[in-house]
Design a protein around this ligand. Structure first.
Ligand code: URA
Length: 221
């Protein structure tokens, strides 16, 4: 996304921010530092050879979570798209650029957070994940959560929110509230892909992000 478009997005969201740009290639891939029965290395290795559902037939790469393994923020999207499938990293396409801007609006750089998806493989033609795919793949997400122990989870869009909260409630009912996954507070925000399509959604997204920031502040006391 060029600077002009980026500034238009921020303006539409009612945000005036300017922070140094963070290159996508500065993303860190998690390494094994967790001394538990589970660890990042074995989790990533399992994901990379996963054949639990048919998506393994059409994927080019698996896409494990990436970022700071000491992060307070766990950001959860839906599923890899074309760019993610090609590069093997989450949120590196057009939607990823908007996510970077959303994070930047709340003073977070990509390397401050850990970003992942409900699905680790791209659904063909970017179709919505099927419920059996979500159920099958969710164990990887729950393991990422257990390893990371974040202070807050940001669920991007209805697929992530419904998967994490085991609910069918629509996004409009889920946003604006503090939910929990085990003991971790969870806030639901609009998915950046939706924001690419809807200018109206951008203001609401900014409200959601401010709400998430306030939730973290409240948790820290
Ligand atoms: N890219 C991702 O990695 N996840 C999404 O949900 C959308 C785009």
């Amino acid at each position: 996304m060029d600077n002009v478009t980026r500034l238009q997005y921020l303006e539409a969201m009612g945000i005036a921010v300017w922070l140094p740009r963070v290159a996508v290639d500065q993303l860190q891939v998690p390494d094994a530092k967790v001394k538990l029965t589970d660890n990042w290395e074995s989790l990533q290795a399992e994901v990379s050879r996963c054949k639990r559902c048919d998506l393994c037939e059409t994927r080019k790469s698996t896409v494990s979570g990436a970022g700071n393994i000491n992060a307070e923020w766990l950001i959860v999207g839906e599923a890899p798209g074309l760019s993610e499938d090609q590069q093997g990293l989450p949120f590196v396409g057009k939607t990823g650029l908007l996510l970077t801007e959303m994070l930047r609006a709340i003073n977070l750089a990509r390397e401050d957070v850990f970003i992942t998806n409900v699905l680790k493989c791209r659904p063909p033609d970017n179709r919505e994940p099927k419920s059996h795919e979500v159920e099958t793949c969710k164990t990887y997400l729950l393991r990422e959560h257990a390893l990371l122990k974040p202070k807050i989870i940001l669920a991007l869009g209805h697929v992530a929110a419904q998967a994490l909260l085991n609910t069918q409630e629509p996004l409009v009912e889920l946003r604006g509230k503090v939910h929990a996954l085990n003991d971790t507070p969870l806030v639901v925000v609009y998915h950046p892909a939706y924001l690419l399509r809807s200018l109206l959604g951008k203001r609401k997204a900014w409200e959601d992000l401010k709400f998430a920031m306030q939730t973290v502040k409240n948790c820290k006391g």
